[in-house]
Design a protein around this ligand. Structure first.
Ligand code: ATP
Ligand code: MG
Length: 785
């Protein structure tokens, strides 16, 4: 393989329009493949100097003709979509629409509907996006505008390939090459409308976590810290770096700052494409301006930014180069925002936009609302745009007027204007992006089996690194909310003490045996029930997890493992507390060995209960529903554990559930530990007696009639006449009639030893973690329904 080394010095690209240059000094002599990128966008700061990074690009460099050593390139990156149409089954019927008071009543794609003459669509499907085409370039912000319900979010989702491709027709290309969702995921970021952040982490910790998982291992810790500092500065978050994010209950940073942190989390690795759904909504005008300014800065650094916006101010419009206007899923304008006034003035038959409507964008929104409620709907707007686009298609080279020039360049060729040395298509876009100092997660460039393609490694870091970082975040979260752990510990200690006082020093009488079994059944089911509080924990994290894994920040399996590793010691502390508060209080047998086993089986129960609740939280994304199901299933587990009805008496058709019962195994383990305790090495030696011959009448009506001397006489009579040659030939009042082994036989606890029960309980915990992982893979798909 011909391996080369390249060094790219990307020049400042802050001035749009001038061709950006990159000097590629490619030294063929070095046998190692590496590409160094020195980022000097704003003039290199000491921090940026330290973010000098090495990026391996074997396949990419092969595609670059470096024969002359140094080459000059035009590094344009273009993202183009053509004829995008998205149709979904028409499941919702907007009955409200029939009422005149609902003014904005047109269905998407129904350009001719009116408010008063609305008919519910008879068609079985509804078209949310109709034949949309457009183009976005690096260095520019493509803003999507339109009234509520016009399809902005749907378009952003479609472009980010977050909706099912079967229902979406048309093409999405990067530098002329069709991109699929998998490729896009690795080079893009999607900033959702909601800020999904851990409220208890500080701004700096949040960004540090993101840098740790999104930037590859070739970046030193210092380089990652430098990247976080740069981001904090770029996002204007330096002042609040050490403030927690906060939530409704705990005041943290402001809404605008939170928005910028959300953006920072997704851009830490310098994505080539950045999609944002309404990044400014809910913010005051100055915060909104700050956010869009940050976006502009990111675009200037070489990313393509595509975002939806609601009613942007003039200042915000000034930062946008490309504006797309949607109405009912159709395009009614595409071009520079400054041409908007001209465009709509012409549409308004030359009458200027009334000042009462504010800027042209607001006028356009109002106009759509008005047209929507008139016969014909927005058809005139759609037709006008179509005709201008059609005429521009024919005269694109000679177009001179404002509304011919910009709205129509969506029809230009999708072929990227690149130096022949840079491959076009996705590889070319990636090469250009790296040259601009973007795509910092690309150290993982690997050669694809197909010669012509290059790939970025799916994950930037190794599994162990991911697990380490996830554990760090989990512990940081737990440390900030110690009350949650202490509350749970308090509950466990309180319950242990309560049980101790209720079952204080149980004796070995037949009644004491029943109470002992009752204590075990309750104690084991308590460990499972107390794990129910795990349920909301993942439900809270669920959307953060989905956001993070949707762009391959880390492996889902790393999350599952880290989550388990963090819990195990905490559950150990809870188990110890429960074992200490009950073992001696209740008067259980077995001394230190018995205690240790009791502690271990409680730990195993907490572990399998925790895993079970975690698994359910992945398949039932609703707390109330989740609680209902967990409580019911645990009740069935207890019912069929063998305590209420022994195994040999459970109807055959329910036996399968008996074996699936999580409570059966720890229950049997503690009963065995208690009843067969005299030797740890052997389960066969019984120690305690639970019923002597003198007690056999005590639980019967005869017990009231027969006094102790009479019982002695009866036993003596039996011994003399019936017991010779049997195990009871020495029968007297103290002969043991029911020992531990007999109890186990009676309870049908005969199939498994206590260590096997312990092993099965632990294995159940592992199995439910595995099922949790499978559920995450199936349910956490990053596509909208
Ligand atoms: N799966 C679906 N089935 C049917 N209709 C849908 C579906 N998804 C979205 N819609 C409809 O498509 C239209 C566009 O939705 P979208 O969320 O893209 O609007 P929007 O422009 O982002 O609105 P807003 O500004 O309020 O966020 C809406 O009328 C919405 O109700
Ligand atoms: Mg929306």
């Amino acid at each position: 393989m011909d391996i080369e080394t390249g060094r790219i010095l990307s020049s400042s690209n802050s001035c749009r329009g001038t061709p950006r240059e990159a000097a590629w000094e490619i030294t063929k002599s070095n046998p190692h493949t590496s590409l160094q990128v020195l980022d000097d966008h704003d003039g290199p700061s000491p921090e940026e100097e330290s973010s000098l990074m090495e990026i391996n690009v074997q396949s990419l460099l092969k595609e670059i003709d470096a024969k002359n050593g140094v080459a000059q390139f035009d590094l344009e990156i273009s993202f183009e979509f053509r004829n995008l149409t998205y149709t979904v089954p028409n499941t919702r019927r907007t009955l409200f629409c029939a009422l005149p008071k609902f003014a904005n009543c047109a269905r998407p794609g129904d350009s001719s509907s009116t408010s008063r003459h609305v008919k519910l669509p008879a068609s079985p499907s509804v078209t949310l996006l109709q034949n949309l085409s457009g183009k976005a370039r690096d260095g520019e912000i493509l803003a999507v505008m339109g009234p509520s319900g016009s399809g902005k979010s749907t378009l952003i989702d479609a472009l980010a390939q977050r909706i099912s491709r079967e229902k979406l027709s048309g093409s999405i290309t990067l530098n002329g090459q069709e991109v699929d969702g998998h490729q896009l995921r690795n080079i893009s970021a999607y900033v959702m409308q909601d800020d999904l952040l851990f409220p208890m982490l500080t701004v700096q910790e949040t960004l540090t976590f993101s840098a740790s998982v999104r930037l590859p291992a070739c970046h030193t810790k210092a380089a990652k810290r430098a990247r976080v500092s740069t981001l904090l500065r770029q996002l204007g978050l330096e002042k609040v770096a050490d403030t927690i994010i906060g939530d409704e209950g705990c005041r943290g940073i402001s809404g605008g700052e939170r928005r910028r942190v959300s953006i920072g989390v997704d851009i830490v690795h310098g994505p080539l494409l950045l999609f944002l759904d309404e990044p400014t909504s809910g913010l005051d005008s100055s915060s909104a301006y700050m956010v869009v300014k940050t976006m502009k800065h990111i675009a200037d650094m070489g990313s393509i930014v595509i975002m939806s916006v609601h009613q942007p101010s003039d200042r915000i419009l000034g930062l946008i180069q490309n504006l797309m206007f949607l109405a009912n899923g159709q395009m009614i304008y595409m071009g520079h925002p400054k041409d908007l006034t001209d465009y709509f003035t012409k549409f308004n038959h030359g009458y200027p936009i009334p000042s009462a409507h504010g800027n042209a964008a607001e006028f356009a929104l109002d106009l759509i609302q008005v047209l929507n409620c008139m016969p014909g709907g927005i058809k005139p707007l759609v037709d006008r745009f179509k005709s201008i686009r059609a005429s521009a298609h024919g005269h694109s080279s000679s177009a001179t007027t404002a509304d011919q020039r910009r709205p129509c360049d969506l029809s230009t060729s999708s072929k990227a204007v690149l130096h022949p040395a840079i491959p076009t298509g996705i590889s070319g876009a990636i090469a250009a992006s790296i040259a601009k100092g973007r795509l910092m997660s690309t150290s993982g460039y690997v050669e694809h089996c197909n010669d012509s393609a290059t790939l970025i490694l799916k994950f930037a870091n190794s599994r162990w690194h991911e697990i380490g970082v996830l554990i760090w975040r989990c512990i940081a979260n737990i440390r900030r909310t110690p009350e949650l752990f202490y509350t749970r510990l308090g509950t466990v200690i309180g319950s242990g003490l309560l049980l101790s006082t209720i079952f204080w020093q149980l004796d070995h009488s037949p009644k004491g045996l029943q109470e002992r079994l009752g204590f075990f059944a309750f104690a084991m089911s308590f460990t499972y029930y107390s794990c129910v509080d795990t349920l909301p924990i993942f439900l809270q994290e669920r959307f953060i997890f989905m956001r993070e894994t949707s762009h391959n920040a880390y492996r889902k399996s790393s999350y599952v493992l880290a989550n388990a590793i963090v819990y195990i010691p905490f559950l150990g502390v809870l188990s110890l507390a429960f074992a200490v508060t009950t073992f001696w209080g209740v008067g259980l047998s077995g001394g230190v060995h018995g205690f240790l086993f009791f502690f271990l089986i409680i730990w195993a129960s907490f572990w399998s209960g925790n895993s079970f609740a975690t698994f359910l939280s992945a398949i039932i994304p609703n707390v109330i529903l989740g609680y209902t199901v967990v409580v019911a299933v645990l009740a069935y587990f207890l019912l069929l554990s063998g305590f209420f009805r022994s195994r040999d008496r459970i109807p055959d058709y329910w036996l399968w559930f008996h074996y699936m019962s999580l409570i059966k195994y720890p229950y049997e383990a503690v009963v065995r530990n208690e009843l067969m305790n005299s030797s740890l090495a052997s389960d066969n030696a019984a120690a305690a007696c639970y019923e002597t011959a003198g007690e056999i009448f005590s639980a019967t009506p005869l017990g009231l009639i027969l006094s102790q001397p009479k019982i002695v006489t009866v036993l003596e009579y039996l011994r003399q006449n019936y017991m010779s040659g049997t195990a009871y030939q020495n029968l007297n009042t103290s002969t043991c009639m029911i020992d531990g082994a007999a109890v186990l036989q009676n309870q049908s606890i005969t199939q498994l030893g206590k260590w096997s029960c312990l092993g099965i309980t632990v294995a159940f915990g592992a199995l439910y973690r595995l099922l949790f992982y499978v559920a995450l893979i199936i349910s956490a798909k990053n596509s909208r329904r």
